[in-house]
Design a protein around this ligand. Structure first.
Ligand code: GDP
Ligand code: MG
Length: 596
């Protein structure tokens, strides 16, 4: 093997522009997969990815390619996720590459994630190969899109742009040649100290943790004692190899190569993405720079539903293993018992984690309504960060509250601008600027994160028929008039149902909420009042109707004493319920999100 014959590359694109399709075509052209193995979008094999049609976890595949110059090359494709919530993983995967294919859909043109991913690739110093996809489509506008790409950046101004159809395969051989020509071979670091960067990892039920690495310097040979430098954990590399796309064992991986190591380690905490692997008997002196950790912006409680706490804990640890952006810590809720308070990159990330827990680990899980964090300054001057609305300080102790704000850029075709602006204002967006962006309009808003983090993205897709795109970044905290809403069922606070909202929205939201709860809270033999409390006052109330006729109000001809006996029993029941023996279904937590 020769490092000169290696190319490590990513494909970056907006969602649906054809990245998975192109990856499949490349594997097919290089005979990485045979005709028989081909199924649509082989790489999107996590169930959640197939369900949502987007890539969540990055994939790595080594393709052996016989180039036009007569030489054999090893083309290592490193997949990157395409959703706005995952920019962090995109830059992580890119750091294992020297180049990227910038793929743009000829029918849609440059969109928000095209721009965002391009900037990440440029910042990472990658060689960029611009490619227009879907030229076979009736609605392709190749010339328009070509000039959009040329105008995207100085770097692309005079670039030759390849035009392909990933679907039919037209032009794809030229893409392979461009990868060889335009992307440089990896440069091996000086010295023969082994340093391999862990850029991804996953859990194999039988083999333990499999680490995906890029060897930065030295030779990684199998059957030697290796060391994870962050926590000085030693292990034997039972097997090393490349992914083609299944595990393909090799004797060694050379500097510049990308592959896997079966670590045999079972404890997910030990193998950290961003860590450096070296030889135990000849360790490297310094670690590789690794990755900056990402800050979660959305939080929710995860609690066992039908599963045991122990099963949920194991599943949470395993999911966190290959998703360092997912944060968790243990917490106990009065109503739900022991569980986890978890941090996510956004609402979609939360949904993906939830589905992975269910699909990949078979646990049944309750997620409380997600929230953002608030900064609360108490009357005695203490600064608190509240990640759990149930732990919001009592209103009598609150001096002021600050909520997180984002700067959101919505790119939309001009003719949809007024619809988009109407929506953004409904979600408390303050328009800051309107800019022309290659025939699209960029509407730039300052918005509370709590407004944009959950339903907004779906609403935007629907008012713009999928044409508007959104990107946002945190700009800090601002003082806002927020209140905590406590939900009481049968006169007892249910901590896991508390939420924080803008004071002005509270009356309408709580009315809506209690009416939804009327039909989602499991009924008991007696009517149960549901109250939404703000600052100690009930501002909305309904009664969950009883399962059976209520003795106290029924017209049965019963003696007064019998009725009183029944009432007494109902009162005892009430008190029991007040100790929270009501089992809340997921729909109750969803109701809170729906009224936001
Ligand atoms: P990704 O989200 O970037 O991975 O995009 P996919 O590869 O999943 O493709 C999104 C959709 O575009 C799928 O329905 C593909 O079949 C379709 N598609 C991909 N490439 C082409 C192409 O070259 N021509 C046409 N007409 N459709 C394509
Ligand atoms: Mg895809």
């Amino acid at each position: 093997k020769n490092v000169k014959q290696i190319r490590n590359f990513a494909i970056i694109a907006h969602i649906d522009h054809g990245k998975s399709t192109l990856a499949d075509r490349i594997m097919e052209l290089t005979d990485t997969i045979s005709e028989r193995e081909q199924s649509d979008q082989l790489l999107d094999d996590l169930q959640v990815e197939q369900a949502h049609g987007v890539t969540v976890k990055s994939r790595t595949v080594t393709n052996e390619y016989q180039a036009g110059d007569g030489q054999k090359y090893e083309l290592n494709f490193i997949d990157t996720p395409g959703h706005v919530d995952f920019a962090y993983e995109v830059s992580r995967s890119m750091s294992a590459c020297e180049g990227a294919i910038l793929l743009v859909d000829a029918t849609k043109g440059v969109q928000a994630q095209t721009v965002a991913n391009f900037r990440l690739a440029k910042a990472a110093g990658l060689a960029i190969i611009p490619v227009i996809n879907k030229v076979d489509s009736q609605s392709a506008e190749v010339d328009r899109v070509e000039s959009q790409i040329h105008n995207l950046d100085e770097l692309l101004k005079d670039e030759k742009i390849l035009k392909i159809s990933a679907k039919t395969g037209l032009g794809v051989p030229e893409v392979l040649e461009a990868i060889v020509d335009k992307i440089s071979a990896p440069t091996a670091d000086d010295g023969d100290e082994l340093k391999a960067l862990v850029f991804d990892s996953n859990y194999d039920q039988y083999k333990g943790i499999v680490a995906l690495v890029r060897v930065v310097s030295g030779n990684l040979t199998k059957q030697r004692q290796l060391r994870l430098m962050a926590n000085q954990t030693d292990f034997n590399a039972g097997e090393v190899g490349i992914l083609t796309p299944d595990k393909n064992p090799q004797d060694s991986l050379i500097a510049g190569e990308v592959g896997y190591i079966i670590t045999g380690i079972k404890d997910p905490q030990k193998v950290r993405i961003g860590d450096t692997i070296t030889y135990a008997e000849a360790p490297a002196k310094v670690t590789l720079p690794g990755y900056e950790s990402s800050e979660p912006v959305v939080f929710a409680g995860l609690y066992p539903d039908e599963s045991s706490y122990a099963d949920l804990k194991l599943a949470v640890e395993k999911v966190a293993l290959n998703d360092p952006a997912f944060h968790y810590r243990e917490e106990v809720s009065d109503a739900l018992g022991p569980g986890f308070r978890c941090g996510f990159l956004g609402g979609f990330h939360l949904q993906i984690i939830r589905e992975r827990l269910v699909d990949e680990y078979g646990v049944s899980v309750l997620t409380t309504s997600p929230n953002v964090t608030y900064h609360v300054t108490t009357s005695d001057g203490q600064a608190l960060t509240v990640e759990n609305p149930g732990q919001f300080p009592d209103f009598s102790e609150v001096q002021y509250v600050e909520e997180p704000f984002v700067r959101a850029t919505i790119s939309t075709p001009n003719e949809l601008l007024s619809e988009v602006m109407k929506l953004a204002e409904q979600y408390k967006g303050e328009l800051d600027d309107l800019q022309d962006n290659n025939g699209l309009i960029d509407a730039i808003y300052n918005m509370p994160l709590s407004e944009i983090a959950f339903e907004f993205f779906n609403k935007l897709k629907s008012v713009s028929h999928g044409y508007a795109t959104l990107s946002s970044k945190m700009i800090g905290y601002r003082v806002a008039d927020m209140v905590q809403v406590d939900v009481r069922i049968n006169y007892a606070d249910v901590d896991s149902l508390a939420f924080v909202t803008h004071r002005l929205d509270a009356p309408k939201q709580t009315q809506e909420l209690v009416h939804k709860l009327k039909y989602t809270i499991p009924r008991k033999l007696y009517p149960m009042p549901v109250q939404a409390m703000v600052e100690g006052k009930a501002i909305a109330r309904v009664d969950v109707p009883p399962l059976r006729k209520n003795a106290a109000v029924s017209g049965d001809k019963k003696s007064v004493s019998k009725k009183q006996a029944l009432l007494r029993r109902q009162n005892i029941n009430k008190r029991k319920a007040a100790q929270n023996d009501i089992k809340l279904p997921q729909s109750v937590f969803n109701a809170i999100l729906e009224v936001h």
